[in-house]
Ligand binder design. Structure first.
Ligand SMILES: Nc1ncnc2c1ncn2[C@@H]1O[C@H](COP(=O)(O)OP(=O)(O)OP(=O)(O)O)[C@@H](O)[C@H]1O
Length: 369
C-alpha cells in the first residue's frame, strides 16, 4: 500500500495542454475516483501516475518516493483496463500467474496466490478456461485477479466496467468495493459513471479541461459543490439553473422568468448572478400557491420508482422536478407552481463559484410571474 502524490504535473500532446498543473494527494489505502466530461484528461492523468506516458512538467511520488523517471514496470502498480487485455491463448490460471512466472516466483507460491485470488473473485471453477469461453464479467474478474496477484502498492482502474451490461456493472461494482475493503490497497479509478464514482469513492476528483475543479467526499461534492461546474456535473437529472438579473445588491430577478429574490446577508461581498436547484429539491404545486414561481407543465417520465417532470419557465428554460410516490395529475400545458425550501437554493457568482448564504434567500412573498 502506498500514497500517491502529484506535484504541479502537466502534460501536453503537441500544442494541446491535456493536464494543467495538477497538485493532488491520494492517501495510503484510499479509494480515489477521477470523473469529468469526455476528453477532460482522466485517463491521461492515470497513465501519468502509471508511468505509461511521461509527464512534461512536475513530479509523481509513490509511497513518498519520487518516481517521475521510473519506468511503469518498476512503480509497483497494477493496471486494469476496460478492454481486459487478457492473453487469448492462455487459460485463466496462466493469465493470472504469468507475471509471477516472469518474475520467477516459486511454483508453490504462485499456486498459493492464484488459488487465493481465484477464491476471492469467485473464479476458481474457471481456471482451465480460455478467455473466449468467458462472459464479459468473468473476463473482468480475471483481469482484476491478474492485477491482484502481483500484490501491487496501488491499483489503477480505467473504466473497468464500461463494457458490461447494467446488472453486471452493479455486481462488479459491489465486488470492487468488497475487494477494496478486504485488501485495503490504494485504488485510483477512472469512470464517467456518476453512480460508480458516488458509491465507490472515499474521495472524488472532478476534472475539467485538464484541471481539478474540486476534490472531496462524494456527499460533500453533491451538497456543497465549489462551483457551478461541479454543481451541474453531479446529479441526474442535473441541477436546474436560472440566470439572475441583478436588481439590488441583496437580490435580483430571474431573467426571462421574473420573481424577485432578496437575501438578508451573503457571506462576503459576492453578488449572485445565477441560481441553482436540484430536481429533488423542487415541489410541484398548484399555480395559486404563494411564494412559488410559475411554469408550464410539459411532460412527465414515470420510471415506476420515481418520476421526472419537465416544467417550462421561459422560452429558454426548462426545469426538471424529480420525486417518488404517486405522480402528479397535471395536464400538458397546465400552469403549475414550483416551490422549494430556501436552504436548498444554490447561488453562483460571476466567476461561477458557489456563494454561501444563510438560507434567508427567498422569493418575495406572493411573487407573481
Ligand atoms: N497520445 C495522445 N496524443 C494526442 N492526444 C491525446 C493522446 N492521448 C490523449 N489525447 C487527448 O487528450 C485529451 C484527454 O484524453 P483522455 O483520454 O485523458 O480523456 P478522458 O477524460 O479519459 O476521456 P474519455 O472519458 O472520453 O475517455 C483528449 O482530447 C485526447 O484526444
Amino acid at each position: 500500500m502506498a500514497s500517491v502524490t502529484l506535484k504541479n504535473v502537466s502534460k501536453s500532446f503537441g500544442a494541446y495542454d491535456v493536464i494543467r498543473s495538477i497538485d493532488l494527494e491520494i492517501e495510503d489505502g484510499e479509494f480515489m475516483v477521477f470523473v469529468g466530461p469526455s476528453g477532460c484528461g482522466k485517463s491521461t492523468l492515470l497513465r501519468l501516475i502509471a508511468g505509461l506516458v511521461p509527464v512534461c512538467e512536475g513530479d509523481v511520488f509513490i509511497g513518498g518516493e519520487q518516481v517521475t523517471d521510473v519506468p511503469a514496470s518498476k512503480r509497483g502498480l497494477a493496471f486494469v483496463f476496460q478492454s481486459y487485455a487478457l492473453y487469448p491463448h492462455m487459460n485463466v490460471s496462466r493469465n493470472i500467474s504469468f507475471a509471477l512466472e516472469t518474475a520467477r516466483l516459486g511454483k508453490d507460491e504462485i499456486r498459493r496466490r492464484v488459488t487465493k485470488v481465484a477464491e476471492m473473485l469467485k473464479i476458481s471453477h474457471l481456471l482451465d478456461r480460455r478467455p473466449r469461453q468467458l462472459s464479459g464479467g468473468q473476463r473482468q474478474r480475471v483481469a482484476i485477479g491478474r492485477a491482484l496477484v502481483g500484490q501491487p502498492e496501488v491499483f489503477l482502474f480505467d473504466e473497468p466496467l464500461s463494457n458490461l451490461d447494467a446488472d453486471l456493472r452493479m455486481e462488479m461494482r459491489f465486488e470492487i468495493a468488497k475487494l477494496h475493503a478486504d485488501v485495503k490497497t490504494t485504488m485510483i479509478y477512472v469512470t464517467h459513471d456518476q453512480t460508480e464514482a458516488m458509491t465507490l469513492a472515499d474521495r472524488i476528483v472532478i476534472l475539467n479541461w485538464g484541471r481539478i475543479e474540486q476534490v472531496g467526499r462524494p456527499r460533500e461534492l453533491y451538497d456543497r459543490p465549489a462551483n457551478r461546474f461541479v454543481a451541474g456535473f453531479l446529479g441526474s437529472p442535473r441541477m436546474n439553473f436560472a440566470p439572475l438579473d441583478r436588481a439590488a445588491s441583496s437580490g435580483g430577478v430571474l431573467r426571462g422568468v421574473g420573481g424577485f429574490y432578496h437575501a438578508t446577508e451573503f457571506a462576503g461581498a459576492d453578488i449572485p448572478v445565477e441560481i441553482g436547484l436540484r430536481p429533488e429539491a423542487l415541489k410541484l404545486v398548484s399555480a395559486e400557491t404563494k411564494g412559488t414561481i410559475r411554469g408550464t407543465f410539459e411532460r412527465m417520465e414515470d420510471l415506476g420508482y420515481e418520476y421526472v417532470c419537465y416544467v417550462r419557465l421561459s422560452e429558454t428554460l426548462v426545469w426538471t422536478v424529480r420525486s417518488t410516490g404517486s405522480p402528479p395529475a397535471f395536464a400538458e400545458g397546465e400552469v403549475v407552481g414550483l416551490g422549494w425550501q430556501p436552504e436548498n437554493l444554490y447561488l453562483f457568482g460571476e466567476d461561477g463559484r458557489r456563494i454561501e448564504h444563510d438560507g434567508a434567500v427567498q422569493l418575495a412573498s406572493g411573487a407573481s410571474l
